[in-house]
Design a protein around this ligand. Structure first.
Ligand SMILES: [Zn+2]
Length: 574
């Protein structure tokens, strides 16, 4: 039984190294290929042979990666299918742990190769830099610590996932409760908000304990790798070669200076429109004019058709890419029973084709998600001709430029879904979200800078540091009577628990996306050409060069941020 939404997808290029008839779920069949690569490296007696060896390694990595993607897709499309779950877990538990040390070994072999220095610098600079860090940071004694870290992360997710409240006689998860914050009935919003806040507070002690164990582990991991603190380690481990902790702190300052006044204006307008003396935490998501939610489509096929028409107007190559995804059934978009929650874009790395998964139910958020994930899909399509596996994906700071730009560029054609006034409303809402999220990104990032540069700090000091940031970036919201909820608000931010320091990337990418959008207002064909050119580079160039190819500055200062924020302010003024 085929559990995948799409049919037969052949490899982008015929296999050369990996046998056609291989079971990639069997380690005993994969291991000999790693043996062979390790052994053959020594036989490479020319630069040409070494490059072919790299392509063989890439072919194997892509085949194994696609196997994992396929199993993941099958499982998320059929959460009620025990076979699909078993197949995925088998790969994660039996194959992946074997792969890691073998990939590490090949990285070592490559770095030590006598001919490596003769490879063209320009072509291999980024690959070598990444591979060196992989080898430099590897410590066998950190492997079990990282497993413990992952387990604590699971505990956090399990704790969050199990939280429910009784609301109007029904048991609801906290995710299900979020929609009540958009209800125009204010007492109902307050009731929903309080229930959720109090439910989280009941677990505050557990959240703190999980976090303190994570903190201890992370400090140990950093020390084992020879770093003074986890902040320095994380910047290296996340391959942040092109910006420093100081740059991030400057970005926080720029957000404070440039975004906070605009957020203040938005909040004042919201307060006036809602006719309230002060905004409370449950007044932030509702439509300020008390209008009912937008309904962009009834059937998912309509959403796909209208999105196609948007891309047709935007740019012919992108439009063709989306058309191909439709024809090959690389879209599974409708919400249905037995599907995992959320949305993602995944790449089938051997076929070199993207796949989009989501749970559309007919709200504006679905339209935004499809545009966002399509941006990621265009990125995957743009790198199809790249033979080095590592270069077919870009650093996350730039991946999100591809997706966030697409939301902004495509939003100009929302009239495909709406009457003009509704389209304008959807656009304003989207721009407001950008203004609201930037201070939150600064808060989450600055908090982690504080945490990991204050080893041995106590719980009260940590809370004080958080509250100081809430004062700086929280905006004009009246929390009277809810001090505890405010002091523990960070407990709900998954990244702080699961992926330390991974959050500022969204802010950096938004700077890029807003610049692409600004460029498009001057000259749309030129901006789209640069966008496509930058996407086609994949991960083959350092971040500043990827930004430059997209006609953007890679700079987090006030000078870059100010004109972008002012543009958003102007465009969102009603
Ligand atoms: Zn994304």
């Amino acid at each position: 039984m085929n559990l995948l939404p799409f049919g037969q997808l052949p490899p982008h290029a015929p296999r050369r190294f990996v046998p056609a008839q291989i079971d990639l779920g069997e380690w005993s069949q994969i291991a000999p290929l790693f043996d062979q690569l390790e052994k053959c490296a020594g036989d490479c007696s020319s630069v040409h042979a070494l490059e072919q060896w790299l392509r063989d390694w890439s072919e194997l990595s892509a085949a194994v990666d696609e196997e994992l993607s396929r199993r993941h897709i099958a499982m998320t499309c059929h959460t009620d299918n025990a076979e699909a779950e078993k197949a995925f877990l088998h790969f994660v538990e039996k194959i992946e742990p074997q792969l890691k040390p073998r990939q590490f070994k090949l990285a070592e072999v490559y770095l030590a190769h006598p001919l490596r220095s003769q490879l063209p610098r320009d072509r291999y600079e980024v690959f070598d830099r990444d591979t060196k860090v992989q080898v430099e940071l590897f410590r066998p004694q950190n492997v079990p610590l990282e497993t413990q870290e992952a387990k604590l992360g699971q505990q956090y997710q399990k704790l969050c996932g199990a939280l429910t409240v009784q609301f109007r006689g029904e048991e609801k998860t906290l995710i299900q409760m979020a929609r009540y914050l958009e209800e125009t009935d204010r007492p109902l919003r307050q009731e929903a908000w309080e229930l959720v806040a109090n439910r989280r507070l009941q677990e505050a002690e557990k959240f703190e304990e999980i976090f303190e164990q994570l903190l201890k582990l992370r400090e140990e991991i950093a020390a084992n790798a020879g770093f003074g603190n986890y902040l320095e380690y994380a910047f290296r481990a996340r391959h942040r070669f092109d910006y420093s902790p100081e740059d991030c702190r400057r970005f926080h300052g720029a957000i404070e200076q440039e975004v906070m006044p605009v957020l203040g204006e938005l909040q004042a307008r919201r307060r006036e429109q809602l006719k309230l003396p002060a905004l409370r935490p449950w007044d932030l998501s509702v439509d300020p004019l008390n209008r009912p939610p937008l309904r962009p489509f009834e059937q998912v096929e309509q959403m796909v058709e209208k999105t196609q028409r948007i891309f047709d107007q935007l740019e012919p190559t992108l439009a063709k890419g989306f058309q191909i995804m439709r024809e090959l059934r690389l879209l599974d978009l409708a919400n249905r029973k037995g599907k995992a929650p959320g949305g993602y874009q995944s790449t089938l790395n051997e076929a070199r084709l993207p796949f989009i998964f989501m749970n559309a139910v007919g709200v504006q958020r679905d339209v935004e998600t499809l545009l966002h994930e399509s941006g990621h899909a265009f990125h995957a399509l743009a790198t199809q001709e790249e033979d080095l596996f590592a270069y077919r994906s870009a650093p996350i700071e730039f991946c999100e430029v591809a997706s966030m730009s697409m939301e902004l560029l495509a939003n100009e054609y929302l009239e495909e879904f709406y009457a003009p006034s509704e389209a304008a409303r959807a656009r304003v809402k989207h721009l407001e979200t950008i203004i609201e999220i930037l201070p939150w990104i600064a808060t989450v990032d600055a908090f982690q800078h504080w945490i990991y540069s204050h080893p041995g700090h106590g719980r009260a000091e940590r809370t004080a540091a958080w509250l100081e940031l809430m004062d700086r970036f929280g905006g004009d919201v009246d929390w009277t009577g809810y001090d505890k909820a405010r002091a523990n608000l960070w407990h709900r931010q998954l990244h702080i628990f699961l992926h330390a320091f991974y959050y500022i990337e969204y802010g950096i990418a938004q700077l890029g996306a807003l610049q692409v959008w600004m460029n498009s207002k001057q000259n749309k064909p030129k901006a789209l050409q640069a966008y496509r050119k930058a996407l086609a580079l994949g991960g083959s160039k350092p971040l500043p060069e990827l930004f430059a190819a997209a006609d953007c500055r890679f700079d987090f200062s006030v000078a870059t941020l100010r004109p972008l924020v002012q543009m958003v302010r102007k465009e969102s003024a009603r």
